[in-house]
Design a protein around this ligand. Structure first.
Ligand SMILES: [Zn+2]
Ligand SMILES: [Zn+2]
Length: 273
């Protein structure tokens, strides 16, 4: 039994790690295509981001693996696989409940980690990425990773969710974690500007957290930030893209040329936006 639990924990660690490498790698490749040179000169930082993220994969993977074993063998969790075990309307509502609960957990633990002592201890690692890249999605100190890793396992013990809906929640978590740190906005304008954008968090909102620190703490939604007066609106990427151009110019040669191609494309995109 112990061996089975260990194997499940190991398997889940590998799954979380590979998922991270595939998703972050895909969005990093999209960045290279869309804004060549944006991550230029950031190789040492990216190496750090990947190493911290792979360490986090184990911290996320072990509790998830233990719970997956308990779900299969002991009926520990409230995860169900028969769609009709609960009313159909619960499928979308459970997704929303999970996202709202996870967002609440994240907002308050994140605010705590911005107190001076917890910041130095647990959160400085994440903010060492300046500017963050698609690889920073799970670049957390183990203490921060642990605070993040318990959220979904606690929820599956308490709130019923269909296994497919849980998969959707995890996909949203993964994609938003990566895209929020990518250094540019991939989502259509209505998701980050206008009435809906006033309540949703995408890269434009989280970018400002990484620039100014004491604001924009949320994960998916802006209501906690707005309620608590910590919302400072959405940022833009002009300054970090300017710095990427400066790094390219500093290195000179071929990289600067590639940067120029990206800039031209970016200016076109900005006009379109
Ligand atoms: Zn922070
Ligand atoms: Zn961040």
């Amino acid at each position: 039994m112990l061996l089975a639990i260990l194997l499940s924990a190991l398997a889940m660690t590998v799954i979380v790690g590979v998922r991270y490498l595939l998703v972050s790698g895909a969005f990093a490749a999209a960045t290279r295509w869309r804004y060549p040179g944006l991550y230029g000169g950031l190789d040492p930082q990216i190496r750090r981001e990947v190493l911290w993220s792979l360490a986090s994969a184990a911290i996320y993977g072990v509790p998830a693996g233990v719970l997956a074993w308990g779900w299969q063998n002991r009926g520990w969790t409230r995860v169900y696989s028969d769609v009709h075990a609960y009313p159909i309307w619960w499928l979308p509502v459970s997704v929303l409940v999970y996202l709202l609960a996870h967002d609440t957990w994240f907002y308050w633990t994140h605010r705590w980690m911005h107190w001076p002592r917890p910041f130095r201890l647990a959160h400085a690692v994440h903010h060492a990425s300046r500017p963050p890249t698609a690889w920073a999605a799970m670049a957390f100190h183990p203490i921060e990773a642990l605070s993040g890793a318990v959220a979904i396992p606690l929820l599956v013990l308490l709130i019923p969710i269909h296994v497919g809906a849980l998969g959707f929640v995890l996909a949203v978590m993964t994609v938003m974690g990566v895209t929020n740190h990518m250094g540019w906005e991939i989502f259509p304008r209505f998701m980050w500007a206008g009435p809906l954008g006033g309540w949703l968090i995408t890269a434009s909102h989280h970018q400002r957290h990484h620039e100014q620190y004491g604001c924009n703490y949320g994960l998916y939604f802006r209501h906690w930030d707005r309620l608590c007066g910590t919302d400072r609106g959405i940022g833009d990427f002009a300054r970090s893209h300017e710095r990427a151009r400066a790094r390219a110019a500093h290195r000179g040669g071929g990289n600067a040329g590639r940067g120029d191609a990206g800039d031209a494309r970016r200016r076109g995109a900005d006009r379109a936006a």
